[in-house]
Design a binder for this molecule. Structure first.
Ligand code: GLC
Length: 433
């Protein structure tokens, strides 16, 4: 989609709003500097190149160990649910470790829940007492994580749920068709201003929970405008009901955006079946499945935002950590075929995918068993010069098929035996002229 441009008039209006006593601290401090919003292709380039991010679902719900929808699913009354506040103490939370887990996995950005549907703020909001700094833990977890991310050069975005099962001003709106009160909209706006001013540079706002109301009822354009004004480079997703900068297929890779839609795509997925920590959920995807998902995502021009739901102690469970480490090891050998690549249409086979970068085409083969042979005909954009196994550089012989038109042939064939490559995804790099 086209990047949203703020006109000088819009900005003047908002600066006036600030002067009129709203919380627009930043805008009123620099009323003349209308931020220029760069086109998405420039502003979001890092994001598309990053390809792999860590999603973190952490909130009060972790204490109950039954996923992030537990309050709603089990119809826990607010007064009961609030009793989790004095029990919330993720004393083993260590921002450095979380970022280190993401780094070791090869994940290049982090998106964390600042407030999920339960309404509990994981940051030190001035607008409510229902927040992490009022728990025995007593620290601003979001602030600590952001600081560490800044230190380790890891872009960080905030997930933010519009829907709120706790705030009194939203209670009537839990019934479908009931509009959202202006008091609640002011609360949302206040939160966005806090998130966009109190934590330095952030990579984006990841809205969620907007499905019960229209973007007009949510005042989504104004919410997004707050983000654009305070963090002009930041990316915004599509879940406030407006197009935003990227689409967010959930638990699937999604289909290609319609022609002319320039937005990016980020598929979010869980490692087991839950976003928030769920103790009994043992349906873990294997590291091989995760690697194949990542390859397929890249082959479909899609980022993979892979979730962890930390335990009530504040640690990421070992099942997740070991799998993420395996993905990281694969990326160390094959990352060149994932990061900053584009999709290419060299062919279609099940259990394979293709990416490309500069003068190389990467052919990703899933579950290729050692000892078995593979015979493939491919079409690449320019004549092939050389083909080799990406992880160890071993040459792969190929023949150039004669071209139909008599010009240089872009079609090649190879018959190759798997000489012992055991990876869930074996990549053949094809260097072209
Ligand atoms: C849905 C769920 C939510 C989860 C999210 C992740 O919106 O309600 O629990 O955070 O998807 O994509």
């Amino acid at each position: 989609m086209k990047a949203l441009k703020l006109s000088r008039r819009d900005f003047a209006k908002s600066a006036l709003g600030a002067a009129a006593g709203t919380l627009l601290a930043r805008a009123s401090a620099a009323p003349t500097a209308a931020p220029e919003i760069e086109p998405l292709s420039v502003r979001g380039r890092w994001f598309r190149e990053a390809r792999f991010g860590m999603f973190i679902h952490f909130g009060l719900y972790a204490v109950l160990e039954r996923g992030e929808w537990v309050m709603h699913r089990e119809q826990i009354p607010i007064s009961e649910y609030e009793k989790l506040v004095p029990r919330f103490n993720p004393a083993r939370f260590n921002a450095h470790e979380w970022v280190a887990v993401a780094k070791a996995a090869g994940q290049r950005y982090i998106t964390i829940t600042s407030k999920h549907h339960e309404g509990f703020c994981m940051f030190d909001s001035k607008l409510t007492d229902y927040k992490i700094t009022r728990t025995p833990f007593g620290r601003d977890l979001i602030g600590e994580l952001v600081e560490e991310c800044h230190r380790q050069d890891m872009p960080i975005s905030f997930y933010y749920s519009l829907m709120d099962w706790h705030h009194p001003a939203y209670q009537p709106s839990l019934k479908p068709q009931t509009p959202v009160s202006s008091e609640f909209i002011a609360y949302l706006k206040g939160h966005l201003r806090e998130l966009c001013t109190n934590y330095g540079r952030i990579a984006g706002i990841w809205f969620d929970g907007g499905w019960d109301h229209t973007p007009e009822q949510w005042h989504s354009a104004e919410l997004i405008e707050i983000v654009r004004r305070l963090q002009p480079h930041a990316l915004v997703n599509d879940r406030a009901g407006l197009p935003g900068d990227f689409t967010t297929p959930e638990q699937e890779l999604g289909s290609p955006p319609p022609k002319g839609d320039e937005r990016f795509r980020e598929a979010c997925m869980t490692i087991n079946d839950n976003w928030g920590y769920a103790k009994t959920d043992q349906r873990f995807k294997s590291s091989a499945e995760l690697i194949q998902l990542l390859a397929k995502a890249a082959g479909g021009d899609t980022n993979l935002l892979l979730n962890v739901g930390p335990m009530p102690t504040g640690e990421i469970q070992p099942h997740f950590v070991t799998r993420l480490q395996e993905v990281g090891k694969w990326l160390q050998r094959n990352g060149e075929a994932i990061y900053a690549t584009s999709p290419t249409d060299s062919g279609y086979f099940t259990d394979t995918t293709f990416t490309t970068r500069d003068n190389k085409v990467y052919f990703h083969i899933f579950n290729w068993q050692p000892g078995t042979s593979l015979r493939v005909d491919l079409d690449v954009k320019k004549p092939a010069k050389r083909a080799y196994i990406l992880e160890d550089g071993q040459e792969v012989d190929f023949i150039r098929n004669p071209s139909a038109g008599g010009g240089p042939s872009t079609s090649l064939s190879f018959t190759t035996r798997n000489r012992g490559w055991k990876s869930p995804v074996t990549v053949i790099a094809i260097e072209t002229e």
